[in-house]
Design a protein around this ligand. Structure first.
Ligand code: AMP
Length: 471
């Protein structure tokens, strides 16, 4: 595989021990006694939240398929070198946020902080350059960054990513932006697209020299973090959140003025394509994105009514990364992609009270009395499942009252009641939960009776199974 042959010696970038945040120090003490607790920045996504999560994931999956992206599942653990080499030395992710450790084979490994580098590795490793280009891949899954936990910022979070390898055409950049926007539209979220170009590494170099000399004059006014950026990764000064730096940025040189002709032409074409499809965007000359591998177009999606807080709350972002595949040992392969943060999207849906469709709710509850009824119930349950009707139950409860309480809570339309008498008679009671009317039915006919009753209600869809009603 070209990846192995051409891979340069691992870069010995020293990985600093992640800084301990306030609150982290107590963790070891906390966990030694009592009930185990979650690590800071980690969380459980509870059953009642799954409705929204599935809604988001289903929308992504369906759009990925309709734009003919092929799914790829990438490992969560990779050689740490893959990220150290690609994301950039002075970047926050590499400097402070990577979960790096030595595995039992004495290899330095990392929990992936993002998956574009992994997708590029897979592209090389599986010789995807031999496939018809461009190769369009999508993925979803957890990412890990030892960042300071705060609203919308977790140490384990979930992304969906779309990557296109093997085309340098500006229409690809435009189409990816369009797909991102469509995803948000499908979910009912109004987002604004921020866009910029950071050109090629060459023209960026010349621009950086200018930027550094501009900021050096004001070095003493810069906050400590930005002094560090000035030295290590001056491009990041452009998206600084520090008021003093933001003030200085007003007169700072603009990257767009330093783009070479080819970069300018590429960017103009991307914008023309977006104009063509009447997609609004905001030119943001301070948008650079956090990672080193980007070239040319960079973009971000933010909630349309959330302009002020900018990148802090971006729901997603991406850009072109024409040098990445070559950087990790592949043949030169232009590429472009974006990733969306599911956690933040789900939160936005919940803030805006956008409810997922409730089609995976049980419509029938099965209540039983006694062991014989339980046995019949087990078989019945399978028959209902085969015909696509979702049946919920509470077999752990004995009293009919307690079972009916559960049925009420779930908001089902019908409850089936099976007691000892019904088992002996070969019947079952069906209760309409709204009217309270009850009928006794031949147990052999119950599946078709329920089917008929549910079909009368056009709002009812019966596929899928969700043990918990969405709240
Ligand atoms: P990035 O890979 O940094 O460009 O992030 C892409 C998207 O992933 C962001 O716009 C966020 O929606 C999401 N994201 C990044 N970092 C985090 C985090 N620590 N917690 C939650 N979501 C995140």
């Amino acid at each position: 595989m070209p990846f192995r042959k051409n891979t340069p010696k691992p870069v010995q970038t020293p990985v600093k021990k992640p800084e301990t945040e306030e609150g982290d120090e107590d963790e070891s003490k906390k966990s030694s006694k009592g009930a185990p607790e979650l690590l800071r920045g980690f969380r459980d996504i509870m059953p009642e939240e799954q409705g929204r999560w599935n809604f988001v994931r289903d929308a992504m999956r369906s759009l990925a398929e309709s734009y003919t992206f092929d799914r790829i599942d990438l490992p969560i653990l990779e050689r740490s070198d893959l990220f150290l080499r690609t994301l950039g030395k002075g970047t926050d992710v590499v400097e402070k946020e990577m979960y790096v450790f030595t595995d039992p084979s004495n290899r330095s490994v990392a929990l992936r902080p993002e998956a574009t580098a992994s997708a590029a590795r897979a592209y090389i490793e599986h010789g995807m350059i031999e496939r018809p280009q461009p190769v369009k891949l999508w993925y979803e899954g957890p990412m890990f960054r030892h960042d300071r936990p705060q609203a919308g910022r977790f140490r384990q979070f979930y992304q969906v990513g779309f990557e296109v390898f093997g085309s340098s055409e500006p229409i690809i950049d435009a189409q990816l932006i369009l797909i991102g926007k469509k995803i948000f539209e499908t979910l009912g979220l109004d987002v604004s697209v921020q866009i910029n170009s950071i050109g090629t590494p060459e023209c960026r170099q010349a621009y950086l020299a200018e930027l550094v000399s501009y900021f050096r004059q004001f070095r003493s006014r810069l906050p400590e973090d930005d002094k560090r950026r000035l030295q290590k990764n001056p491009l990041r000064l452009l998206d600084s959140k520090e008021p003093e730096t933001i003030e200085l940025l007003k007169d700072a040189p603009q990257i767009l003025d330093w783009l070479d002709e080819k970069s300018k032409e590429h960017f103009m074409k991307v914008l023309e394509f977006l104009d063509e499809v009447e997609m609004p965007y905001v030119l943001n000359s301070h948008l650079v994105r956090g990672l080193d591998y980007y070239t040319h177009t960079v973009f971000e999606f933010t909630l349309a009514d959330d302009e002020g807080e900018k990148a802090q709350n971006a729901l997603g972002g991406g850009g072109r990364y024409d040098g990445l595949v070559e950087l990790i040992g592949g043949r030169p392969t232009p590429a472009c992609g974006f990733a969306l943060g599911i956690d933040r999207i789900v939160r936005a849906l919940s803030d805006k009270n956008i409810d997922p469709p409730q089609y995976k709710k049980a419509h029938v509850f099965f209540a039983q009395l006694g062991d014989a009824a339980r046995r019949v119930g087990l078989k019945l349950f399978e028959e209902f499942r085969k015909s696509g009707i979702i049946v919920s139950e509470a077999v752990g409860k004995n009293a009919l009252k307690a079972q009916l309480e559960v049925a009420n809570k779930l908001g089902v339309q019908f409850t089936l009641i099976l007691g000892q008498k019904e088992v002996l008679d070969g019947t079952i009671i069906i209760r309409d939960m709204e009217s309270g009317a009850q009928e006794t039915i031949d147990v052999k006919k119950i599946v078709s009776v329920v089917e008929r009753k549910l079909q009368k209600d056009p709002g009812v869809k019966t596929e899928g199974y969700s043990p918990v009603a969405d709240s």
